[in-house]
Design a protein around this ligand. Structure first.
Ligand code: ASP
Ligand code: MG
Length: 428
């Protein structure tokens, strides 16, 4: 029986972390394990800088721009006692292929982004695969782009589930007799022309879910640097509890509202096949973690999700007519076109208010421009969106102390508040 494991960036951030991954997986020697891996540590952020330099400063030598990133990986390879010359050669070959792709198509920036930023996962998986084989664990490296097929929406590839599932299934059955471990990249895929696509930041969880779905496994394990799914971010709050169990629908709600533990798209495919999702700590692999299945807890404690860098956009009709369906449909279609994601919204007679993660000045300006002359806008930035599931009044009072509440929406189990982080800030 196959199992799917996902290891995020923190779990492969350096040589010790990679050794720890090996220690974990070798305990599962009876199963065939598909290991979906993110880029090492903060490599994706570093690659986003490379991409910026590539497009802004027109420094078009990718190998030169990637120099430090390659060196970092080679240093880790040395610490793992790998053949550094071979590792370096294979990292460089990924860059060369990316450069070729960049040359053969004059694409927009998002296309360029995907060819460059995808290198992080190609690098990390090359390293892990080499290390497992060197440690006598039979492992084979799967280029996710040969099985994970998406459309050409660069930076946000939409997965063709049918084709992808068939390809994954075919690959794994063909490989039956070979490696026990299959190491592959999270986050990346390819479109029908063979160009690399990415699934959106933090998309490796989603990749793992796609593999789990395609192989119809019983269980998917996401190994993380937290003991499981918590009731709030321990970096921001005291008294945080671990949730021992969670239902799929609760997990969908939490991640939809911005809880960072797992990528929001992860749950649906898992739920469709009733696959158990296990979130557990790679630092303490003997701990239980959180188990997500169709039934969760009977009573949940309050769950708090905080999202920073939010903005409220209040949209008015210039002629002071009511904001009606035709206006709303224009607004929604422009939001969609500019890929601005709404977290919450409300309409009143003469205005429509949305709360969005700040997508950057340029995107907002284009969105407003595109909506044309019939609308005017009020924009508030640097806000925080607090979402509390199973809220209690005392907790809300506490959470909003010294904060200005600009927007409030209460549903049966959920309250959402858009706040200005502190009074001082607004008085300045
Ligand atoms: N490496 C990618 C990122 O950091 C994908 C992932 O980690 O899930 O966004
Ligand atoms: Mg990552």
């Amino acid at each position: 029986m196959e199992k799917v494991f996902k290891f995020g960036g923190a779990s492969v951030k350096n040589a010790d972390a990679i050794k720890n991954v090996k220690n974990i997986i070798q305990k599962y020697s009876d199963d065939k394990i598909i290991i979906v891996v993110s880029a090492m540590g903060k490599t994706t952020n570093a690659l986003e800088e490379v991409y910026q330099n590539y497009i802004v400063e027109k420094k078009l030598n990718l190998q030169e721009l990637m120099h430090e990133i390659v060196n970092f990986h080679v240093e880790v390879a040395a610490e793992l006692d790998l053949n550094t010359a071979l590792v370096k050669e294979s990292l460089l070959s990924h860059i060369v292929i990316a450069e070729e792709k960049l040359k053969t198509k004059v694409g927009e920036n998002d296309f360029i982004y995907d060819q460059i930023v995808s290198l992080g996962e190609l690098f990390s998986t090359t390293m892990l695969n080499e290390y497992l084989n060197k440690s006598n664990l039979k492992s084979s490296w799967l280029d996710a782009r040969t099985v994970l097929k998406t459309d050409s929406t660069y930076r946000e590839g939409k997965v063709d589930f049918k084709e992808t599932s068939a390809l994954i299934l075919n690959y794994i059955t063909e490989n039956k007799s070979h490696a026990q471990y299959i190491v592959t990249q999270g986050f990346i895929g390819a479109d029908k022309d063979g160009y690399t696509t990415t699934l959106g930041r933090e998309g490796s969880d989603y990749t793992a879910a796609i593999f789990a779905y395609s192989l119809d496994v019983k269980e998917l394990t996401i190994w993380k640097d937290v003991p499981g799914i918590l009731t709030a971010d321990p970096k921001k709050f005291d008294n945080v509890e671990k949730l021992s169990r969670l239902s799929y629908s609760e997990a969908i709600e939490m991640t939809y509202y911005g809880a960072k533990v797992i990528h929001p798209k992860t749950i649906k495919p898992i739920q469709n096949k009733n696959i158990k999702l296990h979130v557990r700590s790679f630092q303490n692999p003997e701990y239980e973690g959180t188990i997500i299945t169709s039934d969760g807890l009977l009573n949940y404690p309050p769950i708090v999700v905080v999202q920073n860098d939010m903005m409220l956009i209040q949209i008015f009709t210039k002629d002071f007519t009511f904001v009606a369906e035709d206006h709303l449909s224009q607004i929604f279609s422009k939001l969609n076109e500019h890929r601005i994601k709404m977290s919450t919204m409300r309409n009143s007679a003469i205005s429509f208010t949305i709360c969005v993660k700040n997508p950057g000045k340029e995107r907002i300006a284009n969105f407003m421009n595109d909506l044309g002359d019939n609308f005017s806008f009020d924009i508030f930035t640097d806000l925080q969106l607090l979402t509390v599931r199973y809220f209690q009044d005392a907790l809300i009072k506490n959470l909003t102390k010294n904060k200005v509440i600009l927007f409030e929406e209460t549903m049966k189990y959920t309250i959402q508040l858009v706040v200005k982080p502190s009074l001082q800030l607004i008085e300045k």
